[in-house]
Design a protein around this ligand. Structure first.
Ligand code: GDP
Ligand code: IMO
Ligand code: MG
Length: 422
């Protein structure tokens, strides 16, 4: 039995999809534990690109089972689109996708509330996928769950009650036209018939699999610094991407976890608003964005780019219990003459000993940097650490030393094959 949790160690988009896909070949089950269609996980192989929002990145390995756990919030529209996309690309889902009956549903009013709130001052820059409002209803105990789809009468009642309240809010606060309740009930009843074959008790499924000695990969979405509790609040998502979220989001015990792998991009990016100490708002940032194709896989927005941030990563390693790192996008840095790594923060002339708890403080820190030589060459075709240019090896070794954590995988292109062990 083993459970490896794969977490994004930064602000998301570290390349989790690529790493989970690669490791899926050895896994019996890949399980998503939080978030929703705000995630965009990209996998590239055989000249095809797959962008997954809800379905685990194990789906491209035919022998691997996939679970969408209770901690995920499911948008039926996005889910059906994704199932059809995969089937259209020749991937068989039948008998391989298992959706928790305890997962909450994203309703049309969640997306409308998300969009309406984003128009207000001080917005977070969400993906607009209804994530915050859906988790809000879950915490308020008025959420609608997959299991509620089974009882048509109760489902109708719940939607009616919720919508009566949401329509008032939408109209009064955001000047949005009311939504039609009967159309919404019909839509969700139709959805039930489509996803019925996939719904199951995934908590029991996973725990039985563990008893049978199976190997499970728990796939995080977003990243540790977007965690609702541990991230740069309030500029965060509404769930717990950190490793602890895997237990609550899947219903597996902490004692079943065997390792936590952090996916770290060789530099930093962030989409949406919020503090970003190492951000490069200059030609170097532009170069990283262009070379790394740093545009959101879900919304297409430009990703903000910056240097690698060791204080943020040390914090992420601590909170997640990361014991090994998969380092991605090393190739992108081949475009730069020299590379900087932020090794510490100072505030008002004093060195900070820990990662600030509030966004306001984090936005005021000054970064201390070390500068390393670049290698100014392509990493195409390199399949062993020893064959990397000396400066690239030095960059990776420096990261390991500064983070006091082993880099076990190095990724040098979007393609499935271009990953090797350090
Ligand atoms: P995720 O959300 O963590 O799964 O990451 P995304 O898929 O949103 O963003 C990562 C992007 O970088 C995708 O376009 C990947 O195809 C791409 N990518 C992943 N690993 C590498 C790598 O090592 N080198 C390069 N150049 N691109 C990579
Ligand atoms: P993956 O899994 C990067 C960001 C949004 C916004 C904040 C809150 O692909 O790494 P939300 O829609 O969740 O309420 O938005 O979180 N965000 C992500 N940034 N990658 C993601 O997912 C993200 N999911 C949400 O941009 O700043
Ligand atoms: Mg992404």
């Amino acid at each position: 039995m083993s459970v490896c949790i794969i977490v994004g160690a930064q602000w998301g988009d570290e390349g989790k999809g690529k790493i989970v896909d690669m490791l899926s070949e050895q896994a019996n089950i890949v399980a998503r534990y939080q978030g929703g269609a705000n995630a965009g996980h990209t996998i590239v192989f055989d000249g095809k690109t797959y962008i997954l929002h809800l379905i685990p990145s194990g789906i491209l390995h035919p022998a691997t089972q996939c679970v969408i756990g209770n901690g995920v919030v499911i948008d039926p529209v996005a889910l059906m689109e994704e199932i059809h996309m995969l089937e259209g690309m020749g991937i068989s889902i039948e008998g391989r996708l298992h959706i928790s009956h305890k997962a909450h549903l994203i309703m049309p009013y969640h997306k409308m509330m998300d969009a309406a709130r984003e128009k207000q001052a001080g917005s977070i820059g969400t993906t607009g996928r209804g994530i915050g409002p859906a988790y809000n209803d879950k915490a308020l105990r008025i959420g609608i769950r997959i299991v509620d789809l089974l009882d048509r009468e109760a489902l109708g009642e719940k939607i009616r009650t919720n919508l009566a309240e949401k329509n008032q809010i939408l109209r009064a606060l955001y000047d949005v036209e009311p939504l039609d309740v009967d159309a919404m009930i019909d839509e969700y009843v139709a959805f039930d018939t489509q996803i019925d074959p996939y719904i199951t008790d995934t908590t029991t499924l996973l725990n039985n699999a563990l008893k049978d000695g199976k190997h499970v990969l728990a796939e995080g979405a977003q990243g540790a610094l977007l965690d609702l509790d541990h991230g740069t609040y309030p500029f965060v998502t509404s769930s717990n991407p950190t490793s602890g979220g895997a237990c609550t989001g899947l219903g597996i015990p902490p004692t079943s976890i065997t390792s936590v792998m952090g996916v770290v991009k060789a530099y930093s990016t962030r989409v949406g608003n919020g503090p970003f100490p190492t951000e490069l708002e200059d030609a170097t940032g532009e170069l990283l964005r262009a070379e790394g194709h740093e545009f959101g896989a879900t919304t297409g927005r430009s990703r903000r780019c910056g240097w690698l941030d060791v204080p943020a990563l040390r914090y992420s390693i601590m909170v997640n219990g990361i014991s090994e790192i998969a380092l991605t996008k090393l190739d992108v840095l081949g475009a730069l003459d020299e590379l900087k790594i932020c090794t510490g923060y100072t505030l008002d002339g004093k060195t900070l000993k820990s990662f600030p708890a509030d966004a306001q403080t984090l936005s005021r820190v000054t970064c201390e940097y070390v500068t390393l030589p670049g290698w100014r060459s392509s990493l195409d075709g390199i399949m062993a650490f020893a064959d990397l240019p000396q400066a690239a090896q030095e960059y990776v070794n420096t990261i390991e030393q500064l983070l006091d954590t082993r880099v076990v995988w190095v990724s040098t292109s979007p393609n499935r094959e271009d990953t090797f062990k350090k």
